[in-house]
Design a protein around this ligand. Sequence first.
Ligand code: 5GP
Ligand code: ZN
Length: 111
Amino acid sequence: MSQPECLFCTLVAEGEHMREADGFVAVADINPKAPVHLLVLPERHVDSFREVGEFPVEEAKRMLEFVAETAREAGLDDYRVIVNVGPGAGQTVFHLHWHVLGGGGGLRGFE
Ligand code: 5GP
Ligand code: ZN
């Protein structure tokens, strides 16, 4: 399921996780663009959101719930969820991930 030489497969396997459950992990973004900037990574490797259909229905639902729970546990009431799809949209790591941004102070680079 994991891909050798994928940065986020490595992060899932051995990174520092803020939370983990049910095949998903949340990590702090190494280059935060907001006071709180988390990344939700599925353990299942798909290159981008384009391939979201590869997730079984139940797993896709749990992924969305995990994103919402991650924001809630980080103390965020209002926040943004961003998925960059493809290099033209700013995707730089080709393992599906959800940005969770909040905490006020603007969103550097995502305006
Ligand atoms: P993308 O540009 O693909 O939508 O998002 C990739 C994100 O991964 C960027 O916000 C970048 O700061 C973050 N990132 C890149 N390398 C690492 C890393 O080694 N560890 C963590 N925690 N985040 C990373
Ligand atoms: Zn991967």
